[in-house]
Unconditional design. Structure first.
Length: 255
């Protein structure tokens, strides 16, 4: 991707996320499956409105399934997944609509509180929406009314995940498709590179406060139950709500 920004006199190259790679690979695979023609490049519009034209690699075609890959380009962002191949295999199904799952190298959710439920592939809502919308676009263009199953995989994903905090956060077996960075475009390094010492200090304090709040929420949810009553609001009146939590009636719950 040859898109740049200037930050503090430095010319920094943007990249694109693993979610964009997965969506582009799924779109290309769906197009080849439904048209029967090979496709070597694919266009993708990110949620932020940035248009990408990406090379389609590692194409494998059978009558019922097409698999291909997009190579991740992180630009100047220090991302462990840079230059990694993200694969998508698409096959026809009898059930209408688009189903999405993760294969080899895609993490699985093992803890509650994340974007996806426990047991699901670690592909967050934004990349899932990108994959689904791009595959549905191809289905409309080809006037296809059946179903398609999309399987995302990253052969190097399990090894790469060991270099991240994913296992501590409850993502095991592979990488996590988050896609927070500018809705499909990686530019985190551009913000971080221009930080002053005071910026770093302020961000450190903010991170500490967020972390403490997160720890409190986790401990609170795991170890306590909150009871509410209808009469409490009548006595104290809290923003007109009919029911409020009674913090004075917290009791420990053994697990």
């Amino acid at each position: 991707m040859e898109e740049y920004v200037i930050k503090d006199g430095k010319r920094l190259r943007l990249g694109y996320t693993t979610g964009s790679c997965a969506a582009a690979a799924a779109k290309a695979a769906a197009w080849m499956l439904l048209t029967g023609h090979e496709k070597r490049t694919i266009d993708l519009l990110t949620p932020k409105g940035v248009s990408l034209t990406l090379d389609v690699l590692e194409i494998t075609r059978t009558p019922d399934t097409v698999s291909c890959a997009i190579r991740k380009d992180s630009g100047d962002d220090p991302d462990v997944t840079h230059d990694t191949l993200v694969f998508a295999a698409v096959q026809r199904t009898e059930t209408p609509g688009v189903t999405i799952d993760g294969g080899a190298g895609v993490g699985r959710v093992t803890k509650r509180g994340l974007d996806q439920p426990v047991g699901a592939a670690a592909i967050n809502s934004v990349p899932r929406r990108m994959i689904r919308e791009n595959v549905e676009e191809v289905m409309r263009l080809c006037d296809y009314r059946g179903g398609l199953a999309v399987m995302i995989s990253v052969p190097e994903g399990e090894a790469l995940a060991k270099k991240t905090f994913n296992p501590r956060l409850g993502i095991v077996g592979g990488i996590w498709f988050i896609c927070f960075a500018a809705f499909g475009i990686l530019s985190i390094v551009i913000w971080a590179d221009g930080m002053t010492d005071w910026d770093s200090f302020a961000c450190g304090i903010l991170f500490l406060l967020i972390s403490l709040f997160g720890v409190f929420c986790i401990l609170f949810r795991r170890n306590y139950r909150i009871f509410y009553t209808d009469t409490f609001v009548e006595k104290h009146g809290v923003f007109g709500k009919k029911r409020v939590y009674r913090w004075v009636e917290l009791i420990s719950v053994q697990q």
